[in-house]
Design a protein around this ligand. Structure first.
Ligand code: GLN
Length: 533
């Protein structure tokens, strides 16, 4: 335990400054220097996990291989580091309190008054250390959600203060991310909000070791010096993070700002010359110099908030770069699509993706979309609910099963082609009860999916309650929609493909969760290839 080093990232001034990206970028640089690093996110809300949250609240719910429903920042961590995260990498206030209250009910506190300090803070510290139990990592980077000064984040900030006191600055540092706004009227960059947010941290007993300043424009050395003086940090520990065109540029920027060197110096860890980041730079070069340009439609019902589809959009960036292709992903509202206007709405798209989702809102538009893609031979990728819509559409329009549906939406349908999984039937609780995380799938040879993966056995992540209804297996197969991927233990259908189509694949799982910069997901890569052709 003693030789694990801890880095905390806090945020000030406003939310949405990109703590997740700064954390992931720093972790990437430390990893490139040979350190084993993991990143953890502590979220101050009271939901036990974000699985029960509407995507409009905090964006997409990300799913780890071990089946945790987590904050979308974990997606960034995996995409940057190419290392899987787990249940331990995301902890919420709800989970902390649940553990403490369960212990209290068991009598574990032996008659003591249970309080925020020390019981909640002890549980927070235990969770922070849990992520590296068995000394799996040299460095644990913990991002504290929210903004310093929020009532909700106080117990976390207090836990950080205690850890800093217990472990010493050589083993535990705090990086504070703030905003330096630029006032165009006077042409000035303003440091006061940063000073105030550092004061808020100081009130909680924490002197930050490093400041990262988000800014629209490059900051002068004078500004950095002023911030250093007023905020009591070394001048070379004031780092600027200027707006860039892609988040994948941030590690390179942070390397230029020597953020990683400053961190390692403060933690007393050795470092040599800068890592070349060859693969990363090649990825960026391809990304910025595309040979092809295509527009792909992403049809979903949460399009007002692009973060709701974060992993899908990022997967297109990875697979686009791989294909030297600029993929313009147009978010299209499924509620606005009808059988009548579908051709107009989807005009000019080289490929169509129907997004995951829950419930009936926008479902008809998704079904019309599938029909349009199927009949017009446009490359199609259906993800989870998207695959289920493809099944419903095929049942209705090819197999003539009028009114075929998923029982999620019409529980009285005559043709329940998508139905609740057997193991789901007795479940009442909503939180953490779906079919979650990695499951095996065996792919039939000669399918497009097999060609994409180049292997017959895969493991992909899931998040659903409904499944393809086995009863109709032969009907679909006989008529050209083939279940080409099956779970070897349960025979659940994982992949559906049309034989008579350029590229039409529906997957019950979520390929987007496992696409990374270094390993773009093969299905997205193959889909983009088909769109370019
Ligand atoms: N609502 C569907 C189900 O539960 C699909 C879920 C999803 O798209 N993630 O099966």
């Amino acid at each position: 335990m003693a030789d694990v080093k801890y880095i905390f990232v806090t945020g000030g001034v406003t939310s949405s400054l990109g703590k997740g990206i700064i954390s992931a970028s720093l972790a990437k640089l430390l990893q490139a220097r040979g350190y084993s690093v993991t990143i953890q996110k502590l979220d101050p809300y009271i939901n036990v996990d974000p699985g029960t949250l509407n995507p409009y609240e905090h964006g997409e719910c990300y799913v780890t291989l071990d089946g945790a429903e987590t904050d979308l920042d974990l997606g960034h961590y995996e995409r940057f580091l190419n290392v899987p995260t787990s249940q331990a990498n995301n902890v919420t206030t709800g989970r902390i309190y649940q553990t403490v209250i369960n212990k209290e009910r068991k009598g574990d506190y032996l008659g003591k008054t249970v309080q925020v300090i020390p019981h909640i803070t002890d549980e927070i510290k235990r969770r922070i250390k849990l992520v590296t139990s068995g000394n799996k990592f040299d460095i644990v980077l913990t991002e504290i959600g929210g903004t310093v000064g929020d009532i909700e984040s106080l117990p976390y900030i207090e836990s950080v203060r205690q850890m800093k006191w217990e472990l010493g600055t050589q083993n535990c540092i705090v990086i504070h991310l703030t905003l330096v706004p630029f006032l165009s009227a006077t042409g000035e960059a303003k440091t006061k909000p940063t000073q105030h947010s550092v004061k808020a941290l100081l009130e909680a007993g924490i002197q930050p070791d490093i400041l990262v300043l988000r800014t629209e424009r490059t900051l002068s050395q004078d500004i950095k010096k002023k911030v250093a003086l007023f905020c009591n940090v070394e001048e070379n520990a004031v780092v600027e993070s200027v707006d860039v065109s892609t988040i994948y540029e941030v590690p390179i920027k942070m390397l230029g700002e020597k953020l990683d060197q400053t961190v390692l110096r403060k933690l007393g860890l050795p470092f040599e010359k800068d890592p070349p980041l060859t693969e990363w730079r090649e990825f960026l070069t391809r990304l910025k110099n595309p040979k092809y340009f295509i527009k792909v439609g992403l049809i979903g019902k949460y399009v007002e908030l692009p973060d709701a589809y974060k992993s899908i959009s990022e997967s297109f960036i990875h697979s686009g770069s791989m294909n030297e292709c600029d993929v313009n992903v147009e978010l299209i509202h499924s509620e606005e699509i009808t059988d009548k206007n579908v051709a107009e709405k989807l005009k000019g798209l080289k490929g169509i993706v129907v997004a995951p989702g829950f419930g009936s809102r926008g479902i008809d538009g998704k079904i019309s979309t599938v029909r349009f893609a199927r009949e017009n031979n446009i490359p199609f990728l259906g993800i989870c609910l998207g695959m289920q819509c493809a099944v419903i559409e095929f049942a209705r329009n090819v197999l003539n099963m009028e009114g075929a549906h998923s029982t999620e939406i019409d529980h009285k349908t005559k043709y329940p082609v998508i139905d609740l999984m057997e193991e789901q039937k007795s479940i009442i609780d909503k939180g953490g009860t779906m079919r979650l995380g990695g499951y095996k799938c065996i792919i039939s040879k000669d399918s497009k999916t097999y060609h994409a993966y180049g292997k017959p056995e895969i493991v992909e992540r899931h998040r659903h309650r409904y499944e393809f209804n086995d009863k109709y297996f032969e009907d679909f197969k006989r008529n050209g929609m083939i279940p080409v991927g099956l779970n070897p233990e349960t025979n659940l259908v994982e992949i559906m493909e049309l034989t008579d189509h350029k590229w039409f694949v529906g997957v019950q799982f979520h390929p987007e969760y496992s696409s990374t910069v270094i390993n773009p997901h093969p299905l997205f890569v193959s889909f983009i290839k088909a769109c370019i052709e």
